[in-house]
Design a protein around this ligand. Structure first.
Ligand SMILES: NC(=O)c1ccc[n+]([C@@H]2O[C@H](COP(=O)([O-])OP(=O)(O)OC[C@H]3O[C@@H](n4cnc5c(N)ncnc54)[C@H](OP(=O)(O)O)[C@@H]3O)[C@@H](O)[C@H]2O)c1
Length: 452
């Protein structure tokens, strides 16, 4: 058997402590699978006295992660600190520059500096692996880098943030508000004390930026992503979606279009029959559409110490076996510049919810604004303002009441530019109260649906 692969682990929080435990518990079978033992030799965190629920005896303690990264006693630096800059970035650069392989779960760091760090890894002849950074335990990086290598990817999409999916699932099942579900998610430890990064979609965007590079062989461009979080989703949206046969999910979507690559993160209505609609709670899912294989959907735990440690250790095992892959699937010099498709040119169906004043001609005005942009309506429903159980659907000719009435429309395929222009025109006509609600629809059936 070859010499042991020596690890230095920086960051001993949720993920780091699980990685130590996994390596301790599965050491024997890892050694057999990899043809050599895998040993943690040194660790770093901030607080040496903190109980991490795992035996730290026998590991050399470093006060400074960068010092650990440069240490000649390790072959692989495992970065589990987090953050797009600061100590994680400094230590990763130090490790790569001094010829250490790096394994990280840090999507923020890679979404910002991935291409540059990939170049640094290549220049030093080492690996920079990040399976755990996208969808936690789901082996999507390996799937894109290796298993799907013979395919051209046309689209990659997914539920990439468990916190948002948990909140949306609870809102739907229990009719609770966004705020109530967020509090519950925080109580259960699914959401951070400051949940902004999750619920505003930034975390999904970081993962999507990396998926885009892996899928399309292009440079990472997180700032080009169209971003909309879930904070404005209401129970009324969820109820209306439900009645029309849809569920609302926060999706990250990257797809090839004639004008470039479209990257977007936003609440999305998906048909209830699609497999992505059935991904509930904190689970994640990633769907990849390819030319030869068709579509493949991977589902699993997207977060949590053990699930994430599973991916971290898979990356370590690759290094132990000598399987060194380019970070983003192709050598960094081969990555194409990212060509951004304008969001205005996005084509799809739209869900629109308006509060329409009960005035003669109001509906005719709305219909005219839509028609002027060649937008055809698949359905239009007016509902009285009443609790769900007492709310009979009405045709647009239903009896009038004084308060503005909720009107829900589903459009056929149109462009983002046209729907935005139509909604602006409606807004100028003084026929609606408040702002229109608009949610994009993804109707495309996925693999599980198509094959029954
Ligand atoms: N948690 C998940 O489910 C999950 C899933 C996928 C990816 N990730 C990613 O995994 C990484 C770690 O996440 P986590 O949830 O494990 O975070 P965490 O529980 O907050 O742990 C962070 C660790 O980093 C240590 N640390 C902070 N500053 C440091 C410094 N300057 N030098 C050395 N150590 C330092 C902390 O030390 P102390 O303990 O002494 O304070 C702590 O042990 C992040 O990049 C995250 O995005 C997490």
């Amino acid at each position: 058997m070859q010499d042991a692969l020596r690890l230095g682990v920086a960051g001993l929080g949720t993920v780091g402590a699980s990685v130590l435990r996994l390596v301790q518990e599965h050491g024997e079978h890892l050694a057999v699978r990899c043809g050599r033992p895998i040993e943690v030799v040194a660790i770093a965190a901030r607080d040496r006295s903190r109980d991490r629920g795992v035996d730290l005896a026998g590991y050399v303690w470093h006060e400074d992660a960068e010092q650990l990264a440069r240490s000649n006693s390790i072959d692989v630096f495992v970065e589990l600190i987090g953050g797009e800059s600061g100590p994680a970035e400094t230590a990763v650069r130090a490790a790569l520059s001094s010829g250490k392989h790096v394994v990280t779960a840090n999507k923020a760091l890679l979404a910002r500096h991935g291409v540059e760090l990939a170049k640094l890894a290549e220049a030093n002849g080492v690996s920079l692996n990040f399976e755990a950074a996208i969808a936690g335990g789901i082996p999507i990086v390996k799937a894109l880098r290796e298993s799907l290598a013979g395919n051209a990817v046309t689209r990659v999409s997914g539920i990439l943030n468990g916190t948002c999916n948990y909140i949306l699932t609870r809102m739907e099942r229990e009719g609770l508000s966004f705020e109530e579900c967020l509090k519950e998610a925080q109580r259960l430890g699914y959401a951070e004390a400051d949940p902004t990064f999750d619920v505003e979609g930034n975390d999904t965007a970081h993962k999507l930026a990396l998926l885009t590079s892996l899928a399309f062989g292009c440079e990472t461009s997180v700032d080009s992503i169209y971003l909309e979080g879930i904070t404005e989703i209401t129970t009324a949206d969820i109820e209306a979606a439900d009645e029309l046969g849809y569920r609302i999910k926060l999706l990250g979507i990257a797809q090839r279009t004639d004008s470039g690559i479209e990257q977007r993160v936003h609440p999305t209505m998906v048909p209830k029959s699609s497999s992505i609609a059935r991904i509930d709670g904190v689970l994640n899912a990633v769907a990849v559409e390819t030319d030869y294989l068709g579509e493949v959907v991977l589902v699993g735990p997207g977060a949590g110490g053990n699930a994430t440690a599973s991916s971290v250790v898979a990356d370590i095992a690759d290094i132990a076996r000598g399987d060194l892959m380019p970070t983003l699937g192709v050598p960094a010099a081969e990555l194409k510049p990212y060509t951004r498709a304008r969001m205005r040119r996005h084509e799809g169906g739209y869900f629109i919810r308006l509060s329409v004043f009960d005035r003669p001609g109001a509906f005719a005005t709305i219909a005219r604004c839509m028609a002027e942009k060649n937008i055809s309506l698949e359905s239009i429903v007016q509902r009285r303002r009443a609790p769900r159980s007492e709310a009979p659907e009405q045709s647009v000719e239903a009896p009038r009441t004084a308060a503005p009435q909720p009107v829900i429309m589903i459009t056929y395929e149109t462009t983002e530019a046209d729907i935005q222009a139509a909604l602006e025109a409606i807004g100028r006509e003084n026929v609606i109260a408040g702002k229109p609600r608009m949610i994009r629809i993804e109707r495309k059936p996925d693999a599980a649906t198509a094959q029954g």
